[in-house]
Each structure stands twice: as structure tokens, then as C-alpha cells.
Design a protein around this ligand. Sequence first.
Ligand SMILES: *Cc1c(COP(=O)(O)O)cnc(C)c1O
Length: 471
Amino acid sequence: MHQGLTEDEIKAMTLASEKAISYRQNISRRSVTAKISIDEAVKRFRNPLPDQGMNGHEVIADMIREADDGLTQMSSGNYYGYVLGGSHPIGVAADMMVSAWGQNAGSALETPAISGLERAVCDWVIDLLDLPKESGAGIVTGATVANAEGILAARHQLLKQQQWDVEQDGLFGAPEIPVFIGDAAHSAPFAALRYAGFGAGRLQRLKVDQEGRIEVQPFLRILEKCEAPPLVILQAGQINSGAFDYFAQIIPAVHALGGWVHIDGAFGLWLAAVPELATRLEGVHEADSWAIDLHKWLNAPYDAGLAIVRNRSALVASMSARGAYLPDTSSQWEPSDSTIELSRRARGVPSYAIMRHLGRSGVRELIARHCRLAKQIAGELAAEPGLHVLNEVVANQVALTCGEGEERNSLTNRVLDEVQKRGIVYPSHGEWHGHMIIRISVICYATTDQHAQTLVDEIIQAWRLVQKHCC
Ligand SMILES: *Cc1c(COP(=O)(O)O)cnc(C)c1O
């Protein structure tokens, strides 16, 4: 029987694609900020499910209309909040096909086309970042899970070295693994370490410098007294400063002890793709595993990230639901052997389309442009009396405070409130060295010099306004 689509289904899908286009076409004319509160949204949507269904295209039309004022325009070139990518339209187009195709990407045998596309994504990212070609890679929801995968692969390998089979025998009674992590690490690897059974209270947090980098000499002295091969988590791209740990000095010392180095490179690892910026991450490719987001700097639509592990068999042994098993030929590459999930959407496919669209030079241009703009923004803001940039701008992040002395935190908050209320641009808040900060992340594919100028103008105007009202 011909399955076909009903009139209603065709209308629903057509409407969605038309509305998707008009949303993105007009995104820069909207207020960046959502107009309703979560309470209003809950009141609007969280009602009992009616007994009777309704036409599909009306559901889609209602949903789009009712969600409209409750969206923050995260894909706008004027959005600088947190560290979020902008869902590149070519990735969105590919993502529509991901949903339409409805493939379960867990099995290569069942969906060879998707596995081919996703393997290209793994190869391309590994190649762009100059990581070891033989690495295993898992396409996951983001850096949180990618960090967890790197840490689970490390757990497997470090215990195997001590003749302990953690997949079989678990952690009770296992030899101890000393775990070191910088004090300015992101919350995600801390969570990942908890998931992996290391326990938040057992981690050894390392002292960091002004930029959030682990202090090398004190750490090397700690390592000298380390009695078992350690797991060390380093960071490429601190969330407030954008800083990179001293990979070239730390990684060889950890390896000399038989340890494992995992890199949380959610956004910052992308600098490794740009030859003139890659020197800031010198030595990073000597690590054992890396977590990187595709939905941040590559601007893939949510959600997508990559776990990359040099020793592929350690990744497979820790992930495969089929138990420790080592495929001997590349044709036996099975997607679910590298991920926590079995069933999953083909979340690598939009990244294929974006990278194919941009090419190597386009990806490099994107990263380089954002780093250049971040520096420019920081320079112009710092030139305004009373505004202070707290970080060395080595990537795409700028940490800003307003005013001096005791007033500083409240002035910074008021400036941020004012900027967000105006709705033209959207940086977000943060906390750095005990100060409230306005955190600017230049990461959306659409952000150009003109957007950057608007951001600077908006912040300076808000700062002058706040001063007039307070002082
Ligand atoms: C965003 C981020 C994470 C978490 O990544 P998700 O994609 O949100 O899961 C981890 N580490 C760093 C440094 C990040 O910036």
C-alpha cells in the first residue's frame, strides 16, 4: 500500500518549513530577549491534555504562534550569552532531513548513509584539529556527555593497567585512581567524574592563575608524590577567560607516570583548526581524550558534540553495550560502540552539511573572525572610563565589569539588566574572581564587525545611563 501523506500532514510540514524560514529571515528585527516569563509560559501550555485531538497543521500553527514571544533569539548575530552556537541555517536544513528520514543512527548496518555521513564528520573534525588519525570518536549530545565518555574510557584503561576489569568488576575494591582537575574547570567534567563513580569529594582541585590556568610548577611537585597513574583533566577554553591550560608542560609529566590526560575543549579546542591560533594550544594533541561541542563554535543546531579518544579500544570497551570487544577492521565500525546511547537521532548529519558548506577555509574563517572580534570588542570597551576587561582575550570570551570599589557588582548587574532590557544585544552574566561580570561570547556564525560595533555601543550607552542615574 502506498503510505503517502494526508492533506493535513502536508500542510503541517509545509507550514513548519515556511515558518522556520520566516523566523530566521526576520530574527535580527526581533528583540533578542524573550518577552514572557516562565510562569506565563507554563500557564499557557501546561494544561490537561484534551481527550480530543485536533488537526496537525493547526497544532503546528498554534504552537508557533504561542511560542513566539517566549523565545530568546539565540541564533541572532546579536546574541552573546553563555557560550552558545547559532544553529547555522545549512545545518538546520540538514536537520529537517534528519527528522524526516527518521533514522536510528545507532546501527551502521541499518542506515549506511547516515553512518557514512557521520564518519566523515568524525574524520573531518579530527583532521581539522590535527588530532591522531587512529582515534575513536562518538557523536553525542554535547560536551557534558563527551567529557563523560573520555573519563569512562580513561577509567577503563587506567584500571586495566592495574589488572582490574572495571566493566566486569565495577569500582568497589578497585585500585585507586588519583584524579586532578583545575579549580576553574567547567561544571561539566565535575559532573562527568561523579557519573563515573569518582566522587566529587575525592577529586584533587588544583590552584589556578588569574586566567584560570592550572599553575604548572606546584602541580608538577604534586605529581612527583603521586603513587598511581593519575587521571588529569585539562581545559581548552575557560568559560570566563577563554584561557588554555599549559598542555605542553603538563601532559608529558602525566604520561611519564603512566597517567591519562583528558581535555575539556567544548568550545576552545576549535582554535586548533586555525594555524595562526593553534600555537595557543601547543601540546594539546598529545592528550589521550578530548571533548568538543559541535553545537557551539561549529554552530550545529542543538544538540551535538564529539568525544574523541586516541585509544579507540578503550572507548569501545567502556561504551559498547555488547561488552568489551575490539573490532579489527574499520568496516566493523559500529556507531553505538562509541556512545552511551543505543538509539539516537542522526545528530552528526547537520555538522556534515555545515562543514561541507564552509569548507576548511570557512571553518577557519569563522573561528578566526570571532577571536578577532572579541579582541576588538574588549579593546573598545576597555577604552571607556569605568569599564574593565578582566581577562586576557586569547579566544572569543570577554569578561567585563563596570565601576569601582563596593559598587562594582551592583553597577555591573544594573548595566547588564539595562542592556538585556533594551533587547538589541544579549550578553549574559557570570562570576569571575569574586566579581559579577558581563560575559560576552562571540560565537554565532552570523556575527560580523557591524554586530560587534552595536554590542559595544549598547554596553557603553547602558553604562552611561546607569552612571547618570546613580552618581
Ligand atoms: C559548554 C561547556 C561544557 C558543557 O557542554 P554542553 O554542550 O553544554 O554539554 C563543558 N565544558 C565547557 C568548557 C563548556 O564551555
